[in-house]
Structures are given as structure tokens and as C-alpha cells.
Ligand binder design. Structure first.
Ligand SMILES: C[S@@+](CC[C@H](N)C(=O)[O-])C[C@H]1O[C@@H](n2cnc3c(N)ncnc32)[C@H](O)[C@@H]1O
Length: 297
């Protein structure tokens, strides 16, 4: 359980756009019920990145804590979703024995400033003395951790309907130095709903079949990653635009608890949706506000 210290205040609020700096597990508890139409989000993947030294940042804690924090957030989101609302979690699994090196060489802050040192809250939390972040006392190195499924199973056991699992295939994934398994070229898009009958504009999930008639799309969607200035873990606008257009109408509210570079914010505003976003890293939120100010000039 997150201890509520004080109410988070938006650092930007134009009525239709609210941005917060802080822990989204705290923020969600203060949002009104029956507000959010769609959540499209991507938590920092376990063991792969660390953007701050804030102990509430998710991504480099114990595996069990990572799953618990994600599940807590999504179950709180369930309370705030409209009856016909949707939750999309874009997520990738992690191999045990992989991850961000504690010696920082592959950490983005290190590249900007080679004297940068992470403070190792993750190391002490995990009891991990190895050079990588993904470590477990029981699960052996080289094994997948099963994170998307660990989270999804708890969500279906606690009230969500798990409607589908779309596979986002990247034609040009991050290179990996492996010879005994396939490359991790795909991420999962897990779609959950609050009710069996949910807002859904099927034309955005349809394709032209051989007969020339529209039919529902297949499960694998191919989109190249879309790197953005100032953030190393972004999702492609075209991909999330499709999810949003299928599950919202104009003026509906979209929530992104892991704002990052603000991809979801831009997509929501381009289509006249209301938007609430939160990130624990003040730099990312400032970048998003700067973009909003340019837009409103
Ligand atoms: C994978 S990135 C999201 C990228 C985003 N979808 C985009 O396209 O730019 C995850 C983000 O979650 C943020 N984050 C991690 N823990 C958080 C927390 N407890 N509350 C809010 N944001 C958090 C990180 O700072 C990071 O920017």
C-alpha cells in the first residue's frame, strides 16, 4: 500500500490537460471515480532502465514488488474507469541475468555525464550483488521472468476482463548478443476492459480482407519504434493512436500514468481528447509542458 503523504497538485492544468509530477500510484487514488475512458500506458520494464533515484520509481525493485506495484495501480484504475472503459498495457518481459549494469556504462545519464553514478536503491532492495538488475533467488538466470502474465493473471482474478493480447512486432529491434534463442523483437499489448460491453469503434482494428470486405485485424501488428529526443523508452504514436481511436470519442478522458516523453499526450490532444498524465521524473513533465506552451502560441 502506498502511504498518502499529501494530495498531488497538477503542475500544469488547462482544464482539458492536467499534468502531474510524482508517483502515479498516489495520484490515481485521488482522481474521481467514473472519469477515465481509456488508459494506454507502458511501465518502465523490469530491470531495464532507471530514470531517477526516487524510491517510488518502478523498474528496478524486487520482481515481486514490481508486479505488486503494477497490479495495485491497475486495480485502482479499474475503480476510476468508466463502465465501458479500457486499459491497454504495453509491456515486455525480462530475462533473468540481464538488465541495466550497475556500473552505469549503458545508462543514458552516464552517456551524458560519464561521472554519473546510480545510488543503488535497487541493489539493496534486491539483495543483488551481480552487475545486472534482473536477479532472483529462485528463478534461474537465462529464464524469462513471466512478468506480463504475472500481472495479467492478477488483473483477471480481481475483476478485469482480459480481451486480447496484441503482439507489437518491431522490424528493427534493439540488437542483442545471443545465439541460443530468438531476438526479443516483440512487445505485448494487453487489453483489459471493465465490462463485457465496452466502447469500441471496430474500424480502427479492421483491415481489408482478400474479398475486399473489412475484417478484424490479425494479432501481430508491425510498427517500427519511434525514438524521441530526451527519452529512451517511447512507444510509436501511430500504434497508440489506433488503440485510442478505437476505444474513445472526442472529449473523453485518456490517462497515462507513465507519461515519459508525452507521446500519449500529443496523440490525445491531436484528436480532441482530454488528457491526464503523470511522471515521476520532473524533467519529462517539464518537456511535455514546454511542448504544450509551443502548441498554444
Ligand atoms: C517506458 S517509459 C514511458 C514512455 C512513454 N510511453 C513515451 O512514449 O514516452 C516509463 C516512464 O515511467 C516513469 N515512471 C516510473 N515509475 C513511475 C511512477 N511510480 N510514477 C510515475 N511515473 C513513473 C519513468 O520516469 C518513465 O518516464
Amino acid at each position: 500500500m502506498i502511504e498518502k503523504i499529501s494530495e498531488l497538485k497538477p503542475v500544469y492544468n488547462s482544464g482539458d490537460v492536467q499534468l502531474y509530477t510524482g508517483n502515479s500510484l498516489e495520484l490515481i487514488k485521488q482522481l474521481p471515480d467514473n472519469l477515465i475512458q481509456t488508459v494506454i500506458t507502458s511501465p518502465t520494464y523490469w530491470g531495464k532502465r532507471q530514470f531517477t533515484n526516487d524510491k517510488n520509481e518502478i523498474g528496478t525493485e524486487k520482481l515481486e514488488d514490481y508486479v505488486k506495484r503494477n497490479v495495485e495501480l491497475y486495480l485502482d484504475i479499474l475503480k476510476k474507469l468508466k463502465e465501458d472503459g479500457s486499459l491497454f498495457i504495453i509491456i515486455q518481459d525480462t530475462y533473468m541475468g540481464s538488465g541495466v549494469s550497475r556500473t552505469h556504462q549503458n545508462h543514458w545519464e552516464h552517456n551524458k555525464n560519464p561521472s554519473y553514478r546510480r545510488e543503488g536503491i535497487d541493489a539493496s532492495a534486491q539483495g543483488n550483488k551481480t552487475g545486472v538488475t534482473a536477479h532472483h533467488p529462485i528463478i534461474k538466470n537465462k529464464s524469462l521472468s513471466g512478468i506480463p502474465y504475472r500481472i495479467a493473471l492478477q488483473l483477471v482474478d480481481n475483476g478485469y476482463i482480459w480481451r486480447e493480447q496484441i503482439i507489437w512486432e518491431k522490424p528493427n529491434p534493439m540488437p542483442e548478443n545471443v545465439n541460443d534463442r530468438v531476438r526479443q523483437s516483440a512487445e505485448l499489448i494487453l487489453h483489459f476492459t471493465k465490462s463485457g460491453k465496452y466502447k469500441f469503434h471496430k474500424e480502427f482494428f479492421s483491415v481489408k480482407g482478400k474479398s475486399g470486405k473489412d475484417r478484424m485485424a490479425n494479432q501481430v501488428w508491425i510498427y517500427p519504434p519511434e525514438p524521441k529526443k530526451g527519452h529512451t523508452a517511447t512507444f510509436p504514436s501511430k500504434l497508440v493512436e489506433r488503440l485510442m481511436l478505437a476505444t474513445t470519442d472526442e472529449h473523453d478522458t485518456v490517462f497515462e500514468p507513465f507519461l515519459g516523453s508525452g507521446t500519449m499526450m500529443d496523440v490525445a490532444l491531436n484528436h480532441n481528447r482530454k488528457f491526464i498524465g503523470c511522471d515521476i521524473n520532473p524533467k519529462f513533465v517539464k518537456m511535455a509542458i514546454a511542448r504544450l506552451k509551443i502548441k498554444s502560441l
